[in-house]
Design a protein around this ligand. Structure first.
Ligand code: EPZ
Length: 414
């Protein structure tokens, strides 16, 4: 895929519609194999991770059709519980098929999940929960082997892992008995997954809270469901406006989902006003520091917007601190921002960011959100930047360059 060539400091102006959430649609697509009938998923984003997941569903024997943002999955002819390396090895979210396949077949074989290099990203919490549900799980040769019909259990996660919460729910909806999951993740994408499964006939209580109760049912049907807007895409657009300056209006915004990002950017000097499902983001003052920002589980500041905020801070002239509490290696853009002129000191989970008059440079993305963050930094820098590694960005953004160009950013692809 081509590189992005960005000419910085062109103020943004215009309207951007936020599309469906990647981290909601991926577990929902995995969950589609739990039903006996066709599911119609609306507002499905056009992302490479979604394409990989649709290919996995086809290889499992499902009929899959995608048209105008609506994806139809019919699992009636699905017959396999085995995922080969191929697309499944590409993405972290393929691990959701562990719960869905165990839920449907009482068996699963799939590669250890791939994904962004944000640290070790183990799945010990998933495996511990499945074993407590009576499913045996072994891993060898880079593969995971699960066997056993899940049965209801009283579980507690040592950490409110998003993926582990999703996998337990996917296995529990078809399990015998009642499963209670304590210390569950509260991210909005979990509530979206529960909404989808409930539409298929599942019995789930407490979604969005730290305690989720699932009553297994013998059969799930088809359904229609609309995916929630992507709060991380919305947060990325807000950061782009803060770095480039100007004024943009976002549509399809759920205020509580972006509150923490809006609050941090307001401390940077942005004016953000909400009205219904719209957010007006205006940046007409010099960028200030947000002070100390700590990433937390929802509703705290989302780790998936941490790199983008660091890029905004690098475009300013003051010093701020970011503490990354969720992943052990999510400062991969630091060397790139330094090359643009930012002074950044990292010690453990803490990064002290001293902005400077950033200059355009050759930049190399190493993960999805880091790639988006480099575009944000290039928008706020003087001169031209070339961003390599756009494939990473395509995993989570439909057309970031085109989207930003539509509101005045000077970005071309070559
Ligand atoms: C989901 O990843 C998202 N991915 C991530 O978004 C997001 O950053 C993350 O949740 C946190 O919000 C998808 O939904 C596809 P976790 P997930 O399990 O489920 C550790 C993006 O850019 N952990 O909540 O993998 C883990 O190493 C991506 O869209 C264990 O130690 O996140 C990490 O440090 C990046 N053992 C922390 O918990 C486990 O068994 C949070 O992981 C599981 C997780």
């Amino acid at each position: 895929m081509e590189d992005y060539i960005v000419s910085g400091r062109a103020p943004l102006c215009g309207r951007l519609a936020v599309y469906g959430a990647k981290n909601a649609v991926l577990p929902i697509l995995a969950g589609s194999i739990l039903g006996s009938g066709a599911v119609f998923i609306k507002n499905c984003p056009r992302l490479s991770d979604v394409s990989y997941t649709l290919e996995i569903l086809r290889r499992l024997g499902c009929r899959v059709e995608a048209e105008d943002g609506v994806v139809m999955v019919n699992p009636a002819s699905a017959s396999s519980w085995r995922l080969d390396a191929g697309p499944a090895g590409e993405m972290r979210s393929s691990v959701n098929f562990l719960g869905a396949l165990v839920g449907r077949y009482g068996r699963a074989e799939l590669p250890m999940p791939g994904g962004c290099r944000l640290g070790s990203r183990p799945i010990d919490l998933h495996i511990k929960a499945f074993r407590e549900m009576g499913v045996s799980v072994e891993s060898s040769g880079g593969m995971i082997y699960a066997e056993g019909r899940p049965r209801g259990a009283d579980l507690r996660l040592d950490f409110p892992s998003v993926g582990a919460t999703e996998n337990v729910i996917l296995a529990a909806v078809a399990a015998k008995g009642i499963t209670t999951l304590n210390n569950a993740a509260r991210e909005p994408e979990i509530a979206d997954l529960c909404g989808f499964l409930t539409a298929m006939g599942a019995k789930i209580h407490g979604s969005g809270t730290g305690t989720i109760r699932v009553e297994g049912v013998p059969r799930l049907g088809g359904c229609e469901y609309e995916i929630m807007p992507d709060r991380i895409v919305a947060g990325t657009y807000m950061c782009a406006a803060a770095a480039a300056g100007g004024e943009i209006e976002l549509e399809n915004v759920v205020r509580p989902h972006v509150e923490a990002v809006a609050e941090a950017l307001t401390r940077c000097g942005a004016e953000i006003a909400f009205s219904g499902d719209r957010a007006l983001v205006r940046m007409r003052r010099p960028l200030r520091s947000p002070g100390v920002v700590r990433t937390e589980v929802y509703p705290g500041f989302p780790t998936d917007c941490q790199s983008q905020l660091m890029a905004v801070m690098a475009c300013g002239r003051e010093t701020g601190v970011i503490v990354e509490n969720i992943f052990e290696n999510r400062f991969r853009i630091v060397p790139e921002l330094r090359r643009m002129g930012a002074e950044i000191r990292v010690s453990g989970p803490k990064a002290e960011v001293r902005g400077g008059a950033l200059k355009g440079a050759e930049l190399f993305a190493g993960d999805l959100r880091g790639g988006a963050a480099l575009v944000v930094a290039a928008l706020g820098a003087r001169g031209e930047s070339r961003v390599h590694g756009v494939d990473y960005i395509a995993r989570g953004y439909q057309d970031l360059a085109g989207e930003l160009r539509s509101v005045g950013a000077k970005i071309k692809q070559e």
